[in-house]
Design a protein around this ligand. Sequence first.
Ligand code: PLP
Length: 328
Amino acid sequence: MAVLKANAYGHGTVPAAVALAAADAFAVARLEEGIELRAAGLRHRVVLLEGVFGSDALRQAAHHGFELVVHEPGQVALLESWRGDHRFGVWLKVDSGMCRLGFRPAEVATAVARLQVCEAVLQPMALMTHLAEAEDRGSTRTGGQLERFATLTEGLPGERSIANSAGLAAWPAARADWVRPGLLLYGVSPFAATTGSELGLRPAMTLETRVIAVRNIATGDRVGYGGCWTASRPTRLAVAAAGYGDGYPRNTASGTTVLVNERPAPLAGRVSMDMITVDVTELPRVAVGDPVLLWGPGVPVEAVARAAGTVPYELLCGVSQRVHPDVR
Ligand SMILES: Cc1ncc(COP(=O)(O)O)c(C=O)c1O
């Protein structure tokens, strides 16, 4: 099940779905994301990972043939109130320890019993859970989640789904019938200490801009807002047209690598809304118009995320609307 939520992690819902058309199903978080897939003519199974709230959304889900994650009692009641002919594919979500979505262990039997006799539900329903820290290969909690899920669902019919990207890559026991990778599909690693290329993946996204100014500054000159980077030598500085207004995080530390003309150079000074400043003293002949790669092949988004104190998910999803997509 290819996870396409949040604009396919910033890659564009429809282009990503087309690229991932071999998937057995797509997963999205919002009804609107599923509708976008249908509007583009994609007829795949579509699972709404948070289900629906309210009869209007339920009607729309029926109209588009979406399958529903059911994770709380109100959603069971909603299905019980359904009077249409449509039967919904349902993924009953169990909270095996993440304490976010899903029926708590003590609630599972009741939810199962109600849904098993609910006329709106196609039987058998699928059973799913979500792992809280599968990206920690040494996690002591993950084994407990797997055990709890197995116990809570023992003897029930229906397919099982547990693993996100990290579960798929690091916890073979979590693979079950359906895996639900998101990040891995975009060529990015969910593990803090490993990049996608170290896992044999290629990043799907390249974030690139151009140099808009080049200047020479003197030893002791302080660069950018707050003057938080000081030239320790006569420095050639390139200004590139990308900043946090484009989704390049403001917290990215000086020293973080970008590629100017395909050569590495360090960020120097604070990221502004529309610009970054890069020390290109060591590079030959940098000029206005030269390409600057912020992440993509050669600059792992995982490394930029680490330098910004965040995770690659946030960077991929956070590319802003003014960035021109160039889908290939
Ligand atoms: C329920 C569920 N399954 C799967 C995924 C995919 O996760 P990942 O991108 O880490 O593979 C997510 C994303 O957060 C999710 O919420």
